[in-house]
Design a protein. Sequence first.
Lengths: 97, 238, 972
Amino acid sequence: MKLMRCPLNGWRNISEFTYGGEVESMPNPVTDASDVWAEYLFFHQNPAGLVHEWWCHTATSYWFIAERNTVTDEIIKTYPTSELFQKRVDFSQEEST
Amino acid sequence: MTTVHPETLKRRSMLYRKLATEGARFERTDDGAAPASYANANEVACARKMGIADLTTLPRIGFKGKDTPAWLVQHGVKLPGGPNQACLQQDATLVVRLSNDEHLLLDDVEFSGGLVARLASLWAFESDRLCYKLLREHSHFWLLLVGEYASAMLAKVCGVDMQPKQFPFGCVAQTSVARNNAIVVRSLLGTTPAFHLLADSASAEYLWFCLLDAMQEFNGGAVGLEALRALARESNSR
Amino acid sequence: MSVEERLPAPAGLLLDRSKKISFRFQDKQYEAWQGDSIASALAASGQWILSRSFKYHRPRGILSMAGQDANALVQLPSDPNTLADVTPVSDQLAVVAQNFKGSLEHDKHAWIGRFSRFMPAGFYYKAFFRPKGVWEKIWAPIIRSRAGLGVVDTNYTSGYFDKQYAFTDVAVIGAGPAGLSAALAAANGGASVLLVDENRLLGGSLTYARLAGAADAAARHREQLVSAVGAHANITVMCESMCNGWFTDNWLAVIKGSRLYKVRAKEVIVCSGSMEQPAIFRNNDLPGIMLGSAAQRLIKWYAVRPGRQAVVLTGNSHGYGVALDLLDAGVRVAAVVDMRAEPTADALSRAIADRGVRIITGSAIYEAVPDASKNHVVAVEVRGISARGRCADHGERIPCDLVCMSPGYTPAYQLICHAGGRVAYDDATSMFTLEGLPQHMHMAGSVTGMYVHESVCAEGRYAGRAALQSLGLSTEDIEPAPVRGLSDRVNFDWPIFAHPAGKEFVDFDEDLQIHDIIVSTLDGYEDIQLVKRYTTVGMGPSQGRHSALATARIVADATGRTVAETGVTTARPPFAPERIAHNAGRSFYPERHSAMHHRHLEAGAQMLIAGAWLRPAFYGEKGQRDQCMAREALNVRQNVGLVDVSTLGGIEVRGPDAAELLQRIYTFRFAKQAVGRCRYAVMANEQGVVIDDGVACRLHEQLYYVTATTGGVDRVYQSMLRWNAQWRLNVDIANVTSTWCGVNIAGPKSREVLRRLCTDVDLSSQAFPYMGVQEGHVAEIPARIMRVGFVGELGYEIHVPQHYGEYLWDRLMEVGVEYGIQPFGIEAQRLLRLEKGHIIIGQDTDAMSFPAEVNLDWAVAKEKPFFVGNRAIQEVNTRGLTRKLAGFVIEDANAPCPQESHLVLDGDRMTGRVTSCYVSPTLGKTIGMAFVAPEQAQPGSTVTIKSTNGRLVEAKIVKLPFYDPDNKRQEM
């Protein structure tokens, strides 16, 4: 069984983790066109080579990012999500009730 | 020590029926009952090799949120150096750091601590302070696995290396034990190696069954607080 | 031969000659020493036939004595296909042979062999196709009765099998001279070492093979290495342990007894050795013909004299060692037949010459001759080799009852192949090379083609040090690895001699002859992988251990390629057969119980499995579901009922941005929700599909307690964490599912019951209205009380800390008695909520349901700047509905109650399906919900449901809910 290094918990059997899909950036919910959204929601790049993926250590529900080579199935590195997402995200603030 | 029956009390470990079938005599803890002994003359000897004790009704508490470390330090708690480490306080309370923001405090078998109760009464919900109490005494059941074979037994149900050399005192693993999420903390009872195991209360009966099955080959069995206290007092030089 | 007539010590390493035991084989009693294998004890008593072959029912005996061939498969009472050559015999064991009809010595099916030409390679393949039906009607019944292995005991009960992890710095697989040397080198450098070997004794070939020099040279070397290993604190030894597979990141499956060890090693050193190969000539499968190493194992391990007069066929110097061991054991060696034209003389061959044994060079066995009963070899026809694979027209017949074959070896490359290594072969030297090992895997010994003892040990030490370097335990330069020399060329290039009458077996398991392999290439299957599948070569129990190389050679020859070009088939785990029980282990399935679990059992509940949870379905006899459900439901409508809702998920969202997070995660509005109020919360995924629902309770400006579905909470929690990892809102999110347990007390009398136990909360409708939430105490226990109404009556959901759950249940049941309180189960709850028109996510929705389809558009805030799924929901809303969830009633009292997923029809057209359907005791008719076409969804329209047995049932669409449309009862 493959091993993976969780940035919080260290090296663990891959069975302790949940795969969360590729890291993709969400289009703007207001300004981006429908085809851009369709592309984001229903199509995935699935490239041969280096990918950035969401993984979650199930026992701690700890999400992190893994860089993996889909050709060799090598996990190149894993790191906390805070390295990728550094700023607070806000959506246009309209008052709601 | 007065004997009580768990069903006369409000707070009940989900294991009390199983413990009673094993012949447990219960003693009072706070608003619940914990097994004091099992009318087994060799209980201390058993605990030295492979014992399992239900500490579910003993005091413990959790705090979570990014302001937690500061709040704990402010109240005189010594924090472990990093996530997945544990350290003892002066009063023998064990502080377990589960992540940067989340801590779990376990009282000891003598109930000598009082830190858990003190922090519980000091804490109140406050706006804009991200330090929140977690009812760890309810969300998790709590077992102590004790004895020289405890790490060998754990190797049958857990994929993390918990041999003494690799997993010394103060190591913490949040992992899968018998296909169930659990927190395992390496501890010491006097000179006898021990592991705290905490997992989702709803899985208590399932895990109890799995662990007893796994410790069969080591002649493991249920032990009570009295045996644990006897071990804790043995040449405890720390 | 009685046990006392065995060879004297030091022969018989495995025997305990203080314990005599007795066992049965077929219908005869045999004696053995403790430590004997079944086959060794039988051979010692002159019983050479162990089984009959798979296809032609030919008599078969000892071939490898190493558990590598199918000849040795026998039947134990409840264990078919047991390897007789390695399985220790136990006292009073009952053994029978496999695959024969009548008696083992006179098999009534042996005639099949004479018709072998009618069953060529590809026989199965062809018979499957034509003539049509011939396989099912003719061949399958014949073959199933005649071919096959042991008999499965259908009354077999599995024993106690379990699993264990083991962790080590270095795992050394194989404890021959290379493995022992490697283990010592690694352990000396401070690494922890796990040394694994399938045999009972450490030492590998040193336990049976002959080294140059004194007769006991191997034993002395072995003693040195084994005692050093035994004394080393860093080395853990596992004997009788089979490393059955390598998996990613050095995860090794090792089976010992009834336990599967899951070994995680930082470094693996494969010292698995090599497997001696048979030579291929006519009747090479006769009992009495065995590998040279098999004869040596019989002598050295079991003190059994393998025959009276032997012929040794060899292609290397090892055959001379075999001949010396035979002589020392009192076997006459009629000749050593050396296939090499000009063998280089060495110490072993000189010793043989010195002892006056006849050496015939440049020759081969053309044919083995059976006795009259065809059950044992009595002579061999030796002929000169005229060309590669061809013999001269005439030869000499030499009488013998034992033939030892030493034509060469294949490396035990299986583990290395599991790890992605490749097997290469050099036609010029007939040597194998293994390449492409992954990082952190090393190898040493004869698996690398190293055969000279000193080099083997040196290579072991080298591998041990390389592992140390990789572990970072050593930075010293290490002496270079030894290289293979001329003396390591142990493989004769072509030990394959076709005979016009055939019966030269390439694969003993499947009874395949040279001709069968060639036919495959003639039929167009030239690729080695296709040859394997067409002929079944290598697909039997021994998995090509003895046939892979020979097949490659024959295919190469038949297709004009080199052996290197032809290659061998891939090896995959497991290396040796393993039991399903090993993989199953203890087979525990996590099971979750609520705090009130035992109270449900005591009340006679029938439990239902929901994910890992056990939940009460209804209270009463198993066959009484409908009656129990109706009784429980009516009691809720008329009096008061209590249901355990502990399995419900709970999540706390706390902090300054708590409301903002909910705004984004759920479809509804939460920003202005008042403290002390609950709101229904629907969660969609990014595709706009409804995936969960719950109630969001605002307990504080900065604290929400949100419930989630039993099966969905973990996913909801993970999803919240993942979104907030991107948004970085100032909140803390905690899954508190197991912190709280809960009950829902529902029914017109629920307030009265609760009032008896709850004194610090004003329960009046004005102070605590519908959709309110309060914190207080129930039975002196801290509680969160929510006035929500899934079942459509006045009701309270009471959540208390987990370990108070049973006490809470007890108290409510106790004070509720005078109000007629009864527990109700999941079935009644599902019925009640259906009457009230509430959907259950996952039951009344599917993976395509967006809010408007399931009448939840009211719970979607249109004006929010963003929530997960909003863009997709907007998009689908502009396109119009393609289906809609609607309520229906069936007025015909005689119509069968439709089941979930029964089809909704519009004429011939399928327009939807039923999602929920019950007979309502309150309303006195069958009610349900179904997806229907939008035009069918108007109340008053009629749809057709294709019900049980295809019966068409008319259903009338009605407005939801069925019960109490003005909500008077829940808002009481």
